[in-house]
Write a protein that binds this ligand. Structure first.
Ligand SMILES: *[C@@H]1O[C@H](CO)[C@@H](O)[C@H](O)[C@H]1NC(C)=O
Ligand SMILES: *[C@@H]1O[C@H](CO)[C@@H](O)[C@H](O)[C@H]1NC(C)=O
Ligand SMILES: *[C@@H]1O[C@H](CO)[C@@H](O)[C@H](O)[C@H]1NC(C)=O
Length: 598
């Protein structure tokens, strides 16, 4: 089982494919070929690149350069001499992966994956990021010379038992998951678009696994390492960066799975629960969560820093966590102690009946969200072993007030329809605005009490493509630069119109967990630091976020991000926009959302 988790994690890491692989290569252009498919600065894998069979190293002549220990191969400028095949070999203890790029006129990707019998494997396939996804790709298996069989698969809706699952229907990522590989699953698989364009070829080699030992917590029973340098000056910025990077990653995943609806989530709450879980995670599961929340492996102070961050945020954001556990399991003493120390949570035993537990949990949720969310679960299964909760509640008032007279106006939706909405209006609002070229948006910063701000990022028009352009540019670096830029500007008198909104959104956490590389949590994870008698399997994840913009301020939290030009005398957010609710004090995002239908 442990072996399987390793494979799963590693393959997941490899298959979050970036977009730059399906290219028409022109002489003179610049190519950057990723070896792994997520953007990472670190990996355990040993990486080697070959060009037409010859190893590429620092001394190689021509226009190729290895970047970041081989994580990327750059070719600049591309010449006819660069035509050929580029092979990247990434090797880890249990698995090796070969990624091949044939650079001719059109590059096609061929993957070769070696896998142990019985493990799960991801078969990667991606539409080019510039294209629109109008239909799912089709997958075929070669069953003989020139013979193909179409693969049929479920969409995950019937649970995690399907042999072949399409991981992200209607997404750019058309990868599938093949569970419990058997010897007869070996062979060549093809992924192509409905129009017949070849997207990827995957060769699966199935090997007999070395004898595996059954899962046991024996070597994983130590407590989370102590934070030796509590006064370190790097700890705090490291956590801020991790949270921001994680937040933008979540937004990019969610925008893709929900391309045009309202969107809202609290990254700080999701990262809070994953960090709390991290406290009890060991081995591969620990590595997977660390990667997911973007913290380095040796950052032992993460829990301590998170506690400090929560204290800093306390004036504007109330955060609370809770753990309920089945009285039949024993949580480890070290986890319970550290949970109290860092998360102020003393785990509580679940009660006898599902009704009592449902009520207990919903009451806790209502209490911690100031009754903004009164209902989260419908039932609690008797097989439930552990429930972790994390709640945040935000309330901030506008530093500059809006006109209290009620007013109405029209919001232009993505489809062009106009919707009559109540407005927040002020013809003389002191507002910081900027046109942020890097984000292709007009941005406004609305100061709130509690040392927070609402940023609204307004695309140039109400079209889907303009909204997508802004969203694609919203990397953590771009957002940080935007925030720094707006800090340097002074407020000016602007006529402001905002829609009054009330969002209540439940993003699909199942997809998010998979995209974060945490699929292994759903299939059996190493939480030995928390409970050392057996494996625990994640069976339900949810997130629900609520946000209201009223004439008083922002309730419950959402980040509004907008870009304003100094030369624009008005700022009217009566078309779809993106928002960020930001703690200026702790310098991290609290909520992120998108409004397309107020
Ligand atoms: C939990 O701990 C108690 C006391 O140490 C022990 O008697 C019991 O068997 C443990 N439960 C399980 C499920 O191992
Ligand atoms: C947990 O805390 C209790 C009380 O503070 C202490 O007696 C015990 O030794 C601690 N256990 C561990 C494993 O740290
Ligand atoms: C939450 O519970 C505490 C303690 O029982 C209580 O004092 C507080 O008023 C409750 N808050 C809400 C919003 O119900």
């Amino acid at each position: 089982m442990r072996l399987q988790a390793t494979l799963c994690l590693f393959l997941q890491l490899l298959f979050e494919l970036s977009s730059c692989t399906h290219l028409r290569v022109m002489p003179g252009s610049t190519l950057e070929l990723p070896c792994l498919s997520i953007q990472t600065e670190f990996t355990d894998a040993a990486i080697t690149w070959k060009f037409n069979g010859k190893e590429i190293n620092a001394q190689s002549p021509g226009s190729t350069t290895l970047k970041k220990d081989g994580l990327y191969l750059a070719i600049s400028p591309v010449t006819a001499a660069d035509e050929g095949d580029y092979v990247c070999l990434a090797k880890e203890t249990d698995v090796e992966m070969i990624r091949t790029y044939f650079i001719t006129v059109v590059a096609t990707i061929v993957y070769t994956i070696k896998i142990n019998e019985g493990s799960n494997v991801h078969l990667p396939c991606h539409f080019p990021s510039s294209s629109q996804v109008t239909a799912n790709a089709l997958w075929y298996k070669e069953t003989g010379v020139g013979m193909m069989t179409r693969l049929n698969f479920g969409d995950g809706s019937t649970g995690d038992d399907e042999k072949v699952e399409q991981l992200y229907p209607m997404d750019h990522d058309q990868s599938i998951l093949l569970r419990r590989t058997a010897m007869e699953d070996a062979g060549t698989y093809y992924c192509q678009s409905a129009e017949g364009d070849k997207l990827s070829t995957v060769n699966i080699i199935v090997e007999v696994p070395p004898t595996t030992t059954p899962f046991s917590c024996n070597s994983f029973t130590t407590a989370w390492e102590p934070c030796l340098d509590e006064n370190s000056r790097t700890g705090e910025p490291m956590l801020q960066e991790s949270i921001t990077e994680f937040s933008m990653k979540l937004y990019s995943y969610l925008k893709e799975s929900q391309p045009s609806s309202n969107l809202l989530f609290s990254p700080i709450s999701i990262s809070g629960i994953l960090s709390h879980l991290l406290l009890g995670a060991r081995g591969d599961t620990r590595r997977a969560i660390e990667r997911a929340v973007c913290v380095p492996h040796d950052f032992h102070c993460v829990h301590f820093q998170l506690k400090k961050l929560k204290e800093k945020l306390a004036s504007s954001l109330q955060m609370a966590s809770q753990i309920y556990y089945n009285p039949q399991i024993n949580l480890t003493e070290s986890f319970t102690n550290q949970s109290i120390q860092f998360y102020e949570v003393e785990p509580v035993k679940l009660l006898e009946s599902s009704e009592e537990n449902t009520q207990m949990i919903n009451n806790w949720v209502a209490n911690k969200t100031n009754n903004k969310i009164k209902h989260l679960v419908d039932s609690v299964s008797p097989s439930t072993q552990l429930i972790m909760l994390d709640a945040v509640s935000f309330s901030g008032q506008w530093m500059v007030k809006f006109d209290p007279k009620p007013k109405k106006g029209f919001f232009a939706k993505l489809d062009g329809d106009l919707k009559k909405v109540p407005l927040l209006y002020q013809n003389n609002y002191m507002l910081v605005t900027a046109h942020v070229v890097e984000l292709k948006a007009q941005v406004a910063r609305f100061a709130l009490t509690g040392d927070s701000s609402l940023y609204i990022l307004l695309p140039p028009s109400n079209t889907v493509s303009d909204l997508q352009q802004v969203e694609e540019r919203m990397t953590d670096t771009a957002v940080r630069q935007m925030i720094e830029l707006l800090k340097t500007r002074s407020p000016e008198k602007v006529e402001v119109t905002l829609p009054q909104i009330k969002l209540d959104v439940q993003p699909d956490m199942h997809i998010l967990i998979k995209k974060l590389g945490l699929l292994s949590l759903l299939e059996g994870s190493n939480l030995c630091g928390l409970y050392s008698e057996d494996m625990l399997v994640l069976d339900d994840v949810r997130h629900r976020a609520f946000l209201a913009l009223t004439d008083k301020g922002v309730e419950a939290g959402a980040i509004t991000l907008a870009s304003f030009s100094r030369s624009f005398p008005s700022f009217s957010a009566l078309r779809p926009f993106v928002m960020l609710l930001w703690s200026d004090q702790a310098n991290v995002p609290l909520f992120i959302g998108r409004v397309t239908d107020p």
